[in-house]
Design a protein around this ligand. Structure first.
Ligand code: PGA
Length: 261
């Protein structure tokens, strides 16, 4: 696991975008795993800027999103379909037919989850997966005690996650109880993983994920077992790490050939 502590969310987001751009430039038909929420917004803004100003080309890129609320259609203002359309897809040259998000209105949820897994496999697997982290340590919507081997399936949100996400809905009662999420096993299959976490509110979850034991109690801790996981933090989210000086030292002394330009 590589832990990169940046001065701000903005600088971390720019660095994350450069890491994604590097994957796309070396493999134009790259498969990206995408996340929603407030965390990746700066990263998406930077990717849009790179598309407009640096000719970053998404025309052959395939995307798979982590999750969607059960019961929300693509036009619902709080749906992740809508979020992705507004915050990324409508502003770059990705081909709509190559974007994938779990279907919150699927009449047969287990069948549609199996189909989603099959589509990821058929696309050749995910080259780089973007992740946020919940204040309870979740990745995707894999809440604590999710199986570390889980695949795409229905999950029940914790009351804490429903409260965290209530800001996107008219009323807290409107937050769905159920979601479809890629599993932890699905996420671990990605060839590279980029976990972003910003602000002091994520500091406890990130300390547990990075420095605590690998445990289904803290789903993000499974990334300790991933061969190519990067964690991008700002000062606030890094504030509870015991070994932050070492992480800074490692990054400051990174071999030049490993640096992302
Ligand atoms: P946030 O959510 O980016 O809105 O903080 C992250 C998550 O729940 O994974």
């Amino acid at each position: 696991m590589e832990v990169i502590i940046q001065p701000s969310q903005e600088t971390a987001s720019v660095l994350a975008a450069r890491m994604i751009a590097k994957v796309i430039r070396s493999k134009p038909e790259a498969v990206l795993g995408l996340a929603t929420g407030s965390t990746p917004l700066g990263l998406y803004r930077e990717l849009i800027r790179m598309y407009r100003e640096e000719a970053l080309d998404f025309s052959a890129v395939t995307t798979f999103n982590l999750d969607e609320y059960v019961g929300l259609g693509p036009s619902h203002p709080a749906s992740y379909h809508r979020f992705m359309h507004e915050n990324l897809f409508s502003q770059i040259n990705v081909r709509p037919e190559l974007t994938h998000i779990p279907d919150g209105l699927a009449p047969d949820v287990p069948a549609s989850c199996e189909e989603y897994e099959a589509k990821i496999r058929d696309a050749g697997g995910i080259d780089i997966q973007i992740l946020g982290i919940g204040s309870d340590g979740h990745i995707g919507f894999n809440e604590p005690i999710s199986s570390l081997a889980s695949r795409t399936r229905i999950k029940t949100l914790t009351p804490r996650t429903r409260a965290d996400n209530a800001r996107y809905f008219d009323s807290p009662d409107d937050v769905p109880h159920h979601v479809i999420t890629m599993g932890i096993g699905s996420i671990m299959d990605a060839r590279e993983v980029l976990l972003l976490g910003f602000g002091a509110g994520k500091a406890d979850a990130l300390a547990a994920a990075i420095e605590g034991p690998v445990s289904a109690q803290v789903p993000a801790s499974v990334l300790q077992l991933h061969p190519k996981a990067h964690v991008l933090l700002d000062e606030g989210s890094a504030s509870k790490l015991q070994r932050s000086e070492y992480y800074r030292y490692v990054y400051d002394n990174k071999p030049v050939w490993q640096l992302v330009s």
